[in-house]
Write a protein that binds this ligand. Structure first.
Ligand code: URA
Length: 234
């Protein structure tokens, strides 16, 4: 396992066993209906109800013009991973390098995510990696509510098709979107949520880009990942 220059999760500082976690069970966390939007008409929201494969869904994403990000993107970033995976990670949105290459998490935060996965004993190719947005917001600004709303059907369909045993929201934006919450990441992490009709365990943790800036929090991320790992069926 290679140590990244700034932050290594493969050899984390001795992590004390996390204190017993209150496993908060939400009977069902409803997917985000999203705030009413003036800039994305309901008729523009992608209808992916009949799509039954990731390949067809990818094609829909490539052709999507539901929000203005379609005008500024170089490439859509669908996500990566097998047709079905135990793990599904949800990031925020493509950055500059992802926009150029059409792949998620290929920049420095992506290298750290790869290290995080290796520390969990997972090859990157074995897990599904998606983003809340499939197109890059110009200048890497935060996604707008209407952009998240327009893109949400794609993420929901990915979750439906990949059928993960556990989901990890990377960072505030994806956590808030998946949980339909406006709470801070610090408040949201450290719990097990139950997502959607299948009650998929959902854990929230810091975004790898945040961790690059705040390496002191790597122990918290490691705790979150171990909590996620414990949700997998024996
Ligand atoms: N940050 C994200 O949230 N997703 C990416 O794909 C790249 C950086």
């Amino acid at each position: 396992v290679v140590d990244p220059p700034e932050v290594s999760l493969s050899a984390p500082a001795p992590v004390q066993s996390p204190p017993p976690q209150p496993e908060i069970t939400k009977a069902e966390v409803q997917p985000v209906p999203g705030a009413p939007s003036e800039t994305v008409a309901d008729s523009a929201i992608p209808d992916v109800a009949v799509i039954q494969t990731l390949a067809l869904l990818r094609r829909e994403v490539e052709q999507c013009t539901a929000c203005k990000l379609a005008e500024s993107r170089t490439r859509t970033v669908f996500g990566s991973g097998p047709e079905q995976s135990d793990w599904l990670f949800v990031g925020e949105a493509p950055g500059q390098q992802e926009d150029r290459q059409g792949k998620p998490f290929v920049g420095r935060p992506g290298s750290l995510l790869t290290q995080m996965l290796l520390a969990l004993g997972q090859q990157r190719e074995q897990v599904f990696i998606a983003n809340a947005l499939k197109c890059r917001p110009p200048g890497n600004r935060d996604p707008l509510p209407e952009e998240l709303r327009a893109c949400e059907p794609f993420l929901l369909k990915q979750i439906e098709l990949v059928k993960p045993e556990v989901m990890v929201a990377l960072g505030r934006i994806s956590a808030q979107a998946l949980l339909n919450s406006d709470q801070s990441l610090a408040k949201l992490r450290g719990q097990v949520y139950r997502y959607g009709p299948d009650n998929i365990p959902l854990i929230v943790t810091y975004h790898p880009a945040y961790l690059l800036r705040n390496p002191a929090d790597k122990g918290k991320v490691w705790e979150d990942l171990l909590l996620a790992n414990r949700q997998l069926p024996g």
